[in-house]
Design a protein around this ligand. Sequence first.
Ligand code: C5P
Length: 401
Amino acid sequence: MLSGKNILLGITGGIAAYKTTFLTRLLIKAGASVQIVLTESASSFVSPLTLSTLSKNPVLMDFTNEEDGSLSWNNHVELGLWADLMVVAPATANTLSKMAHGTCDNLLLATYLSAKCPVYFAPAMDLDMYKHPSTKATLDTLVSFGYKLIPAESGELASGLHGEGRMAEPETICTFISEDLKRGRPLYGKKVLITAGPTHEPIDPVRFLGNRSSGTMGFELAKTAANLGADVVLITGPTALSLSDSNIDLVRVETAQEMYEACLAHFPSAIVVIAAAAVADYRPKQIHKEKMKKKEGDLLLELERNPDILLSMGQKKKHQFLVGFALETENELENAKGKLKRKNLDAIVLNSLNETGAGFGPGTNKVSFIDKNLDIKTFDLKTKPEVAGDIWEEIIGRIHV
Ligand code: C5P
């Protein structure tokens, strides 16, 4: 959720300011660009040099900067426009009160007043200050303005007293913001199940039957769904791909049978299911315990049918919006429509191996999206992330989220 976001981090003068070094690291690790604005008193609690090193940006404190004898202006209006979101952490009683009343006597407050983006604030103060009616009124005022309170926690305070007023931990602040950003997304709170990659059907301990699927399309569909706010379960056969996203539960399987079992376990609670895996239709009837020895003459491998995962999900379907993929080399449209009906799907994505740039490889794909009313939308050749975006747009337009 935070990846690619421009984040203004406003730090005010409380002892919890030392924790903003960790907060800065977490935001940077999550892929955000961070610009820090400090109040003067905050600089007594945490070093601007540490913060500028961690944020990879000069830390701003004053309206003007003096460098080599010339004066430059730290433009609070531009900072406010640059930001996708602002976090004030720790937010002292003094700064919170000024924020509520529009006082603007430092760069942090001027930037806050200029910012049009969502503003989060994490109060930090001693328990009696936190309980004071004026602080409560300040917090209520800021919340009524639409700013987002990251509640203080209870625990040991710098004064040695115990109680409410401790700044939320950096991890809690990051999770709070990510969850809040997710809440507005079209797939928020929806479980999405996606299959990806090939399956490997063992012949003996070293050999298997497989196919050329890279898994890229399924992985891109999963990443897009996570960006749209979904809780994703991605069940993948063996691929070289990996991802780390707290909103994607990556389940690695080897065979069609394992994929089938994993799918059935997640299917009942899923809202949207996309079967993008290239599942082997057949598997060797016998798996040899030892490596098979070369012998004179030909070898015949007897194969048996694998379960059709998509077909059985179609048979079990209740509320789910079920999407299949069809990779065809002949009679593409007719075959895809046939599959849509036979497997009781809500939509099918057709990609043709006859099209240059479409299919199994990592780069690009060219697809048509066909829904159960047989409305067809054909897209241009695009990168797989773009194709994933198109497919999700079609699905979201058809589910009542
Ligand atoms: O019928 P066909 O195998 O061509 O259909 C392809 C679609 O069915 C894909 O969405 C694929 O993921 C799914 N499938 C499956 N289980 C199988 C075979 C295909 O889920 N055993």
